[in-house]
Design a protein around this ligand. Structure first.
Ligand code: CP3
Length: 344
């Protein structure tokens, strides 16, 4: 593995001492940078960018050069897994993802294949190129969607406020739900191992829809599979779990075999700290809407956030992906404030 010149993120994830808190932003690659849009607009669409390794590597590195973050995250999407399992996705401009074919029966679940790895070679190629071009400047984060969130898209076929079709399957046919979740989990483990072999230094699992389940359902249909993923990969690189909205499950999350827990901005930091008791690194959790504020307000809210994590293992981030209409200057102010923050 390439020797890292800046390994703050990795040391913080492992709970080792760091001279300053590392900082990066969820969804930092793409979206907010004009330099990204210039490349994106020269192509047929989002998918072409994801599937062209040298361009995916280029937009992965942009936030490191332009914003000064302490980590890069590989430019891809969580939806490459359903596609590798046999359900191709489309990305519709200004609307989001759409699956022409979805899972609607137990037979569909049986027919869907496991992603073995080679189907996703374009992601591994983008990772190898990125690692080479980063030359150890900062770590590279790999990622995947959590099985429950992928399950939601495979059944629903697009975004939804309630994902009620997916939850209907959980209620009416729990065996079918488990069978599909098992297949997604096995595929995701293969995929993350492929990313690790290609060189990523840490992996993050995004469970964007965790918050719509009850504590019991999330334990059985969500966390069980996340923990299987943690078990399979955490001997190789540190693992971060971001279960958005799952405030009701923090004590269960404490038992998953991950190093870092991502926190959204709706959770009182003191409450999360009282549960984790410094057994895990906490990542987050500035309200992404703060980045719409003035420079002065961004600086003061960021310092307030940093103070709330004082004395605990911490990676600075925002509480969910950066909103597309955020100004790069606002993001720079957030990053600079974290970097200059003086611990008490
Ligand atoms: O973090 C990064 O910058 C790396 C790239 C990344 C993308 N998607 C690129 C992307 C990551 C980590 C993701 C994760 C992802 N994708 C999640 C989990 C995180 C979260 O936000 O909750 C989810 C739910 C998806 C599915 C998805 N992809 C949706 C719902 C959409 C449409 C709306 C949106 O978020 O923009 C996408 C499209 C997408 N994925 C874009 C990018 C840069 C925008 C498409 C474009 O540039 O045309």
């Amino acid at each position: 593995m390439n020797k890292l010149k800046n390994d703050l993120l990795i040391r913080a994830a492992k709970g080792e001492d760091v001279e300053r808190t590392p900082v990066w932003l969820m969804r930092q690659a793409g979206r907010i940078l004009p330099e990204y849009r210039a490349i994106r607009n020269s192509l047929s669409g989002f998918k072409e960018l994801v599937e062209t390794p040298d361009l995916a590597a280029e937009v992965t590195i942009q936030p490191v050069d332009i914003l000064g973050v302490d980590a890069a995250i590989i430019f891809s999407d969580i939806l490459v897994i359903p596609e590798a399992m046999g359900l191709p996705y489309e990305m519709i401009e200004k609307k989001g993802p759409h699956f022409p074919r979805v899972i609607s029966s137990a037979k569909d679940v049986e027919q869907i294949r496991l992603a073995e790895g080679p189907e996703l070679q374009y992601v591994y190629d983008a990772i190898s190129l990125t690692i080479k071009e980063l030359d150890g400047r900062v770590p590279l984060i790999g990622f995947a969607g959590a099985p429950f969130t992928i399950f939601c898209y495979m059944i629903e076929g697009s975004g939804s406020k309630t994902f009620s079709k997916a939850r209907k399957v959980i209620m009416q046919n729990p065996e079918m739900a488990h069978r599909l979740l098992e297949k997604i989990t096995a595929s995701t483990i293969n995929y993350l191992k492929g990313q690790i072999s290609a060189g990523v230094n840490l992996v993050q699992v995004f469970d964007s829809w965790a918050g719509i389940l009850s504590p019991e359902t999330y334990r059985e249909f969500g966390l069980k599979y996340i923990d299987k993923i943690c078990e399979a990969v955490n001997g190789e690189v540190p693992v971060t779990v971001f279960s958005k909205g799952a405030h009701f499950s923090l004590s269960d999350l404490k038992n998953t075999r991950c190093n870092t827990i991502g926190l959204d901005w709706n959770i009182p930091v003191q409450y999360a700290r009282s549960i984790f008791e410094n057994t895990k690194t906490l990542q987050g959790n500035l309200d992404p809407a703060v980045l719409y504020g003035s420079g002065k307000d961004i600086a003061s809210e960021t310092k307030k956030m940093m103070r709330s994590f004082e004395g605990c293992r911490h990676i600075a981030n925002i509480g969910h992906g950066v909103y597309p209409d955020t100004k790069p200057e606002a993001v720079k102010m957030f990053i600079q404030t974290v970097k200059e923050y003086k611990h008490e």
